[in-house]
Design a binder for this molecule. Structure first.
Ligand code: IMP
Ligand code: ZN
Length: 407
């Protein structure tokens, strides 16, 4: 791929997009699991994964053979990842991530992977589960959901302090990227019962309120609540009063919306005015208009959308061709609708934070510098406090200047 129009000497577009500081607001922890880690954990725990979705082969063997051009290789994906396939996969992961050590491992690795792609600010989300302390323990010894959240927060804290240490000893690292800052969103799985969701929301509110009494920009915080999970199950309205309660307690709200056509539910979600929306794909045009008027930021996840809507099926897995069929992205870009760009489930979709930007730039012929600005702007939709937002914003702008100056 050729150079681009940003100031300074030419680097390839994909290298430029790798270097820029990023903001990731839509990533599900268990969906970030590395292929090798999943295989290791399954082996250690004696879990059998279905051959249909998980092959023991390295993942790239499962990708289509694209034209003979290294840079375009990653722009193809023929793995079976329809919406149903994804939920079949998610149903298999808990047999592997069944204890706190596995949870610690996937948390560390998710942060490592986002940091490697220069994510400066991350909001990681996960559905709290009752796990074993150790997979060798008896099934009756499961810990409660609060321990799940505490373990993830601890994993983030550990990673951030290691980052701090690394940065203090490595001036080259400090000039190339920012140390990652990560907060946590408590996810509600809509396929679970109202009772289960109520329990999770109460734990989230309780932990959030305790955290408010000792605010810190250094520790990872619970900042919001999400509704996700299989969109064919249940309805936002079943959980609406819980989301209202969470909002009253001060938590921000993001809702997965429009993954399947469901007009009445989408009307209710938009009327609730969440702070952000996940995907917002298949809204009827009258609701797209409401979305545009209300300017609710959308967490868009390009590869995930192409795969779950099966947009690349007719083009042998060509993601660029698939994304060009996206139901709303072209219009959102044209109207400058507030967007954040996310990976959703980088382990499941075989993607990363850089690849999502390359895909967008290639598909819609965007100026990479404008893309970098858009990514930096998305910190405005983060659920963190104002002080942290401004701090990260300023640091991102500084490092962008540096990149433009030195490249
Ligand atoms: P976890 O919450 O850390 O276990 O991450 C995996 C979970 O995230 C899945 O089981 C789903 O509930 C949710 N999830 C991941 N991707 C999607 C998506 O595209 N739509 C809706 N829910 C999703
Ligand atoms: Zn999602």
């Amino acid at each position: 791929m050729s150079d681009h129009g940003c100031p300074g000497k030419a680097v390839s577009v994909s290298e430029y997009l790798r270097r820029i500081p990023k903001v990731e607001l839509h990533a599900h922890l268990n969906g970030c699991i590395r292929h090798e880690t999943l295989m290791d954990l399954a082996h250690e725990r004696g879990a059998t994964l279905s051959n249909r979705h998980f092959s023991a082969e390295p993942l790239h063997e499962n990708l289509a053979s694209p034209p003979n051009n290294g840079e375009h290789h990653s722009m193809y994906n023929i793995m079976p990842r329809s919406l149903q396939n994804c939920f079949d996969i998610f149903a298999e992961i808990p047999a592997c991530v069944n204890d706190l050590s596995a949870l610690r491992r996937i948390t560390q690795e998710a942060l490592e992977d986002f940091a490697a792609h220069h994510v400066a600010y991350l909001e990681l989300r996960s559905t709290p589960k009752r796990l074993l302390r150790s997979h060798q323990d008896d099934q009756s010894q499961k810990v409660d959901k609060q321990v799940y959240i505490e373990t993830v927060l601890e994993g983030i804290r550990d990673f951030q302090s290691k980052e701090k240490e690394r940065f203090s000893h490595d001036p080259v690292l400090s000039s190339s990227r920012l140390p990652i800052v990560c907060n946590f969103i408590v996810a509600i799985d809509r396929s679970q019962s109202l009772e289960e969701a109520t329990d999770t929301v109460h734990i989230a509110i309780d932990m959030f309120q305790r955290q408010q009494s000792r605010p810190s920009n250094l520790s990872p915080s619970i900042v919001g609540i999400d509704l996700g999970g299989n969109p064919t199950k249940n309805d936002f309205r079943t959980f609406q009063t819980l989301f209202q309660k969470a909002r009253q307690a001060g938590l921000k709200v993001t809702i997965h919306c429009g993954e399947i056509p469901s007009r009445d539910e989408a009307v209710a979600i938009l009327a609730f005015r969440p702070d952000r929306l996940g995907h917002a794909l298949l809204l009827p045009s009258s609701l797209q208009k409401v979305l545009e008027d209300t300017k609710i930021p959308v967490e868009t996840c390009p590869t995930s959308n192409v795969m779950t809507l099966e947009l690349a099926r007719s083009s042998n897995g060509n993601l660029v061709h698939g994304l060009s069929q996206h139901p709303c992205l072209a219009q959102w870009l044209q109207n400058n609708h507030p967007l954040s760009i996310g990976t959703d489930d980088p382990g499941v979709f075989h993607t990363n934070a850089t690849k999502e930007l390359v895909l967008l730039v290639n598909t819609f012929s965007l100026d990479p510098c404008a893309m970098a600005e858009k990514v930096a702007d998305s910190v405005n939709y983060a659920f963190c406090n104002e002080t942290l937002r401004q701090e990260i914003n300023a640091k991102m702008r500084e490092i962008m200047k540096e990149i433009h100056h030195s490249s």
